[in-house]
Design a protein around this ligand. Structure first.
Ligand code: ADP
Ligand code: MG
Ligand code: MG
Length: 922
């Protein structure tokens, strides 16, 4: 006969059936209780019912496997033996707790019942045993509250009206009792008060729930076990799983454990602590405790908790006694356990403890949650002390935590007291405070006067770019995470909230309103772009330290582990310098057209327009000659700022009509300059109109029809490089041809480049110039014909924005209308413009790389779409064998981290699991 399935794992008296690496089966809490027991740390004896039982429970209409009962009985017997007491026994009763514990910690999401086993039959024995009636009645009233709330109400599926839950009704009784007794705190209630209170409680329970509170230890135990399993499907737990992406199938374990009592008097206590400070990462034991209290009292905020020790005492806990002073011996023991746990787990732990009559017991340990600054500090310090290897260290900071460190934030203290006006999507992280402006022009004008402004728009469009740049932050009432404002802000590392639907933003009336609050131009407003929260008024901000030495040290470690190169997308010498400070090793994309937008663009833009509206090649060449010095100076500056790293310069990409002037004054000026009349200018402009410009006359197609346009740009690049060469600066341009779909296009342009190269070499008396010619792969046909493309291209750069756009046939600017539904209905797992679609677009990339390298083994390959800064997409780029990723300067540190993390993951997968599972005997 097959052996009965093991449902129960015991721990106690220094021995445990389970281990820390059995979290899937035992849940985090159970696995770590077992581990602590084996480490010789004092843990009250108990046992864990596995997550498999939970799965069984839900698969079999909420029934247990038949072997469970016997195994639980046996394990209760085990606890009895260790504790020298009997569950349900009148003279020497054992009490237990029944605790939930999932694989991933879900703090506070599921239920726990304490003091199980107290009944009218066991109370007298308990009083006699402890000589402490007050304690026993306190434990009993807690049991009734927790049990009726968790088991008789929540698990039974009752949904009382707001404020009418049994817990609240009982707590109300307690309030009344306190008033009658003239007690201020819970601890002022005497045994007599509490005894009377439990009688009232029981009456109330019968009255509200129509059932008596169970007076049998076994019934209480099984009721609680069932309720913990039920709590896996409680409302809170379900929504937490949705947010955190925890699968519903995992299930929770149940831990039944002997009670230890922190509420036995002033020599008893309960507390929670972190082995290091979770807000700063400082290596100081940090925690809170309460004398004569039980379980959740510390967290529940019933009384202001005391500080654990003197060195972490804050203003908050001034005047309250530390555990270090109150119970020095116990504190010393706790410090020793703290050290032991950190040494064992090699990470910061979040622990729960209880002191019963001067004796310390540990009730939980788990890896502590932390914020960005704390994660960084702990990782760096632990690596420095060789406490953890660097491969582990780089996994201890998530990309999101790193992001936190790169932006100023609203002062968290100020945020706590300020009520939010509205909540939108957190499109650009960090915090900002500024005065409200409603138009891009106002943003520019106010910013010029030295004002901090926040541009508030119903929605932004490309014309607002200048104003967006000038503003400290951007707020829109409409739009999603891929909306224009969001993309732009993210690229600049600017604080941005989009889609704050509760706000009414009226640019005409210059008002921004939410319910009764109306704000006007010039009023202060504050944004938390990390959380999407909008506040009225000016909240203080806290700046990140740009040269944060810890960050620099951490990223150096990342650099030593990664294989992928990291470049930045940068358009100006200024951007290039910023990118370098963030650690970029080159530029993966310079958009040449940038010099026609924004500040200082009037002159070059005017000349570009002249070129565009030329009627003949001769006119065009004349205009190009005028434009040439601007282009050369600009690109030379960028090459210089990035030298000796490579700079990939993309030849003119956008359709020309984008530059056609609509403004009459400009039209007139242009006409004059070209010696034609305004009507002719308008006519030429209209001729450039396209039905579908995204797929129109743009990119390489411009270079094919107007070779002189390519020629001018190439000459600007190569002369700039040659001049730098003469100045002793090692410039390394990479000329990138955009929007190609056939190798012949590249050949056509390469011929021009070769000709210009010969001319430049001659002009400067040089023998050679160090540069590459390559192409963007952004049209599916280019990816499929990559084998041919690589014959003429020395490098590929995947332009994944357009590749996604054309691969899916989704217009990036129009997805707002349907993408939300696609995501809601799970038609797509993620927005493919944010994270590379590995199945489809990824396949085009794989094919492109494979075929390209088959032709040219050393083909250099990178990515320059928005995806280059997305950690999941970066992992993909690593796996498909790209040489580098390129992203906006502010994302460079994140890319360095993500590249290191995937390299470590890769190396570990090759080595196999760190700790091979022990082979089963038999
Ligand atoms: P959560 O997962 O919400 O933290 P726990 O199962 O850890 O819930 O329990 C809630 C509180 O009860 C904690 O403070 C814990 O330390 C305390 N507690 C649980 N079991 C016992 C026990 N056997 N003896 C004393 N206190 C306990
Ligand atoms: Mg806990
Ligand atoms: Mg493109």
């Amino acid at each position: 006969m097959a052996k009965a399935k093991r449902c129960v794992y015991f721990f106690g008296a220094g021995k445990a059936d389970g281990r820390a690496d059995m979290k899937e089966l035992l849940g985090g809490k159970g696995a770590n209780l077992a581990e602590m027991t084996s480490l010789g740390i004092p843990v009250p004896a108990g046992f864990t019912i596995t997550t498999e039982v939970c799965t069984h429970f839900y698969k079999h209409s909420r029934r247990y496997p038949k072997e469970l009962k016997i195994q639980v009985d046996r394990a209760v017997g085990g606890i009895e033996k260790v504790m020298g007491a009997r569950f349900g026994n009148a003279d020497n009763p054992l009490l237990v707790s029944c605790r939930s514990g999932a694989r991933a910690s879900m703090p506070g999401m599921m239920e726990t019942v304490l003091n199980i086993g107290l009944t009218t039959g066991t109370i007298p024995g308990m009083i006699k045993l402890t000589g402490n009636p007050r304690f026993v009645w306190d434990a009993y009233r807690r049991l009734i509250t927790m049990y009726t709330d968790v088991v008789m109400e929540k698990a039974a599926g009752l949904e009382p009206a707001e404020g009418k839950g049994i817990r609240q009704q009982l707590e109300h009784q307690m309030q009344q009792m306190k008033q009658r007794a003239g007690a201020t705190g819970d601890t002022d209630l005497t045994a007599e008060h509490l005894k009377e209170l439990t009688a009232t409680y029981k009456k109330k329970v019968q009255e509200v729930l129509g059932k008596p509170f169970p007076d049998d230890a076994q019934e209480q135990l099984w009721g609680a076990i069932g309720a913990v399993f039920q709590s896996w499907n409680g409302k809170r737990a379900i929504s937490y799983r949705r947010i955190e992406g925890i699968p519903d199938e995992w299930g929770t374990a149940v831990n039944v454990q002997a009670m230890v009592f922190g509420n036995m008097g002033d020599n008893s206590a309960t507390g929670v602590a972190f082995t290091r400070n979770p807000a700063t990462g400082e290596n100081k034991f940090f925690g809170e405790w309460l004398a004569n209290a039980q379980g959740e009292d510390v967290v529940a905020g019933i009384r202001t908790p005391n500080p654990l020790n003197e060195e972490t005492r804050s203003d908050h806990s001034a005047g309250l006694q530390s555990l270090q002073h109150a119970m020095p011996a116990v504190y010393k023991q706790l410090v020793a356990i703290r050290n032991k746990l950190e040494r064992h787990y090699r990470d910061m732990q979040d622990i729960e403890f209880t002191i019963q009559d001067g004796r310390l017991w540990m009730l939980q340990t788990r890896t502590g949650k932390r914020n960005g600054p704390a994660a960084l500090r702990m990782a760096v310090e632990m690596m420095r002390e060789r406490f953890i290897p660097k491969e582990t260290g780089v996994t201890r900071v998530t990309p999101a935590q790193l992001d936190e460190l790169l932006h100023p934030i609203l002062d968290p203290k100020a945020e706590q007291t300020a009520g939010a006006l509205a909540k939108g999507l957190p499109a650009g992280p960090g915090g900002a405070a500024g005065r409200i402006v409603f138009t891009a022009a106002d943003a520019v004008a106010w910013a010029e006067r030295g004002e901090n402004v926040i541009l508030c728009r119903e929605e932004t469009n490309p014309e607002d770019v200048e104003g967006m740049r000038a503003a400290k932050a951007i707020l829109t009432a409409r739009g999603g995470m891929t909306s224009h404002a969001a993309l732009v802000a993210r690229g600049w590392g600017k604080c941005c909230i989009v889609g704050a639907g509760a706000l009414k933003i009226q640019a005409g009336a210059k008002t921004l309103s939410a319910d009764a609050t109306v704000l006007r131009e010039g009023d202060w407003i504050s944004l938390n772009g990390t959380k999407g929260l909008v506040y009225a008024g000016q909240l203080p901000t806290v700046d990140p330290d740009p040269e944060n030495p810890r960050l620099v040290e951490f990223l150096k470690v990342c650099d030593s582990l990664r294989r992928l190169g990291v470049r930045a997308n940068a358009d100006t010498p200024e951007d290039a310098r910023v990118a370098r400070t963030f650690g970029a090793e080159g530029i993966g994309l310079v958009r040449t057209e940038h010099m026609f937008y924004g500040e200082g663009a009037e002159v070059p833009l005017f000349k570009l327009r002249k070129m565009i509206l030329s009627g003949s090649e001769k006119e065009r060449r004349a205009a190009l000659a005028e434009l040439f010095p601007h282009v050369k100076a600009d690109l030379k500056g960028t090459l210089k700022a990035m030298a000796p790293y490579p700079v990939t310069i993309r030849l003119l990409d956008p359709p020309l009509h984008e530059f056609v002037p609509r403004d009459e004054a400009v039209q007139r000026e242009l006409a004059e300059s070209l010696g034609i009349d305004v009507a002719e200018i308008r006519k030429r402009g209209e001729q450039l109109h396209e039905t579908n410009p995204m797929m129109g006359h743009r990119g390489v197609r411009l270079g094919i029809t107007y070779p002189e346009v390519t020629e001018m740009q190439v000459r600007a690049i190569l002369e700039g490089a040659a001049e730098l060469h003469k100045e002793g600066v090692k410039a390394r341009p990479e000329i990138m041809i955009p929007v190609t779909c056939a190798v012949a296009e590249i050949r056509d342009q390469a011929d021009i480049i070769a000709r210009v190269k010969a001319e430049v070499l001659k002009k400067f008396g040089l023998k050679k110039l160090d540069f590459l010619v390559g192409t963007m792969i952004e049209i599916p046909r280019a990816a499929l014909t990559a084998g041919e493309m690589a014959q003429a291209a020395e490098f590929f750069s995947f332009g994944t924005n357009d590749l996604t756009q054309m691969g899916f046939g989704f217009s990036r600017d129009d997805i707002g209308a349907f993408m939300p539904d696609y995501l809601k209905k799970a038609i797509l797992p993620a927005d493919p413009f944010q994270t590379i679609d590995q199945t489809g677009i990824g396949e085009l990339i794989r094919i492109g790389i494979e075929r390209g390298r088959a032709t040219r083994a050393k083909l250099k390959i990178g990515i320059c779409g928005e995806h280059g800064g997305d950690p999941v997409s970066i992992h993909f780029c690593h796996r498909v064998g790209m040489d580098y990723v390129s992203c906006s300067p502010f994302r460079v540190p994140i890319a360095r981290l993500a590249a290191a993390q995937i390299a470590v993951q890769d190396a570990q997968a090759k080595k196999g699991p760190a700790r091979p599972k022990k082979k089963k005997k038999k």
